[in-house]
Design a protein around this ligand. Structure first.
Ligand code: ARG
Length: 461
């Protein structure tokens, strides 16, 4: 069955028929397609295209089909082009052609497919946001398990300055909080009702678009039919947000793949999220995190693909746009799975604070604290930097750590060193000098943590 056969003398070639079909993937949209069609039927009834009885029969049939379509075998033996065509065929079987053929009045598959994807994606975004806040809650719980733990903060993968473990985890909290907002922004642009745009020029029927929008839970209606027909920005907005989530997950995965390895030894992951080697009996590999890192690449590919598909398209709809769906479904599926996996990994994570403290102490990560102290006492910072640089050089030559130095010994490098400054050789003291908002000082971090908890509670509503 075709929705467009009238002006054709011959049917499509077998190859083109196969080539153009989208049912095997756009069947994902069956439920939203049926809900959208029911709302459209009510819209048609309000303007007298359908009688009340016809509308009731259509809506009832569409509702029944929603139930039946939950069975995966619903699409067996369907040779239709796409999900919209299957729905019409099944409506005809139920209600007869005279009634079923009315459902597509004033509608094109172009505004229909936009409606379907918007309805579907809106729910996926809500799901993603929930998983994201679940992950954020796990990060806070992990921080709470080690309130005083210090780790080396890195730049260039070199130990740089001591930071609180909580401060490190809150950095990821901030990334995911922005991601949560970005998903919300994307949702706002997804949640606009396109039906009534027709193929490109607007419907020829005075459908009450606002009423259809209200029925389907949309915030507003689209303003330009040509724009609707050619627009996939709302997918790109979502995919951008999804990409950044995957990027952040991938960086967290990368950190922890390193931190759980023998060379760092900072953390352990639970047995439940690691796997062994078929050959090397001792191995315990962080596959869950590696898969998250790997899936990020796939998700980026989906986004790039849609950008390239769209970039050269003339106004308005072009069949190229059918290629938006498989990557979108893939992006959503990989995103949701990765978020779910990441939360479980965080749940199992065990920090080894004695190891991370030793890494801080073995590295002169406190050097900046000493230089800052000299500068606070009036020494120009570049000079203070040089003084401490000399101290570090001498310490490295002598094979000593920061904590091996006494206050008296420091004065050999500068008369401005005081006993109070020597306290900063202890990293737990040094971090107290970073108490400004956003810094790793314990009070600042405690405040940030409390705020994070409140912010998360507000996000979870
Ligand atoms: N399967 C099509 C898509 O996903 C539906 C729209 C078809 N419209 C058309 N003019 N051929 O884009």
């Amino acid at each position: 069955m075709k929705l467009w056969g009238g002006r054709f003398e011959g049917g499509p070639s077998e190859v083109f028929d196969r080539f153009g079909r989208s049912l095997h993937f756009d069947k994902t949209l069956i439920d939203v397609d049926l809900r959208g069609s029911a709302a459209h039927a009510r819209g048609l009834a309000r303007i007298g295209i359908l009688s009340a009885a016809e509308c009731a029969a259509l809506v009832q049939a569409l509702e029944a089909m929603r139930e039946e379509a939950k069975d995966p075998s619903y699409f067996d033996n369907s040779a239709e082009e796409d999900v919209h065509t299957v729905v019409i065929r099944k409506l005809k079987e139920r209600l007869g052609a005279d009634l079923a053929d009315k459902i597509h009045t004033g509608r094109s598959r172009n505004d229909q497919v936009s409606l379907d994807v918007r309805l579907w994606l809106r729910e996926q975004i809500d799901e993603a946001r929930q998983l994201l806040t679940g992950l954020m809650a796990e990060l806070l719980a992990l921080a709470e398990r080690y309130p005083d733990a210090l780790i080396p903060g890195y730049t260039h993968t070199r130990r740089a300055q001591p930071v609180l473990w909580t401060h490190y985890l809150l950095a990821y909290f901030e990334m995911f909080a922005r991601d949560w907002e970005r998903l919300g922004d994307a949702r706002r642009r997804v949640n606009v009702m396109p039906l009534g745009s027709g193929a490109l020029a607007g419907s020829g029927f005075p459908i009450d678009r606002e009423a259809v929008a209200a029925e389907l839970g949309f915030d507003s209606v689209t303003r330009n039919s040509m724009d609707v027909s050619g627009d996939r920005d709302f997918l790109l907005d979502f995919e951008h947000a999804a990409n950044l989530i995957m990027l952040h997950l991938s960086r967290l995965a990368e950190d922890w793949i390193l931190y759980t390895g023998e060379e760092f030894g900072f953390m352990d992951l639970g047995d439940g999220v690691t796997s062994g080697s078929s050959m090397m009996p001792q191995k315990r590999n962080p596959d869950s995190l590696e898969l998250i890192r790997g899936k990020a690449g796939r998700v980026f590919g989906g986004y790039m693909g849609l950008l390239v598909t769209m970039k050269g398209l003339p106004m308005t709809y072009n069949r190229d746009m059918q290629e938006d769906k498989e990557p979108l479904f893939e992006v959503v599926s990989q995103l949701l799975q990765s978020l779910e996996m990441a939360a479980v990994v965080v749940q199992t994570a065990v920090l080894k604070p004695q190891v991370t403290h030793k890494a801080v102490e073995d590295s002169w990560a406190v050097a900046t604290d000493l230089a800052d102290a000299l500068a606070r006492a009036g020494m120009p910072f570049h000079q203070a930097h040089k003084v401490v640089g000399r101290l570090v050089l001498e310490s490295v030559r002598a094979g000593k750590n920061a904590k091996d130095w006494t206050a008296a010994e420091l004065t050999a490098f500068s008369e401005h060193f005081t006993p109070e400054m020597a306290l900063l050789l202890d990293p737990a003291e040094g971090i107290k000098t970073r108490g400004l908002k956003g810094g790793t000082g314990p009070d600042a971090v405690a405040t940030a943590f409390a705020e994070a908890k409140q912010r998360l509670a507000a996000m979870r509503g």
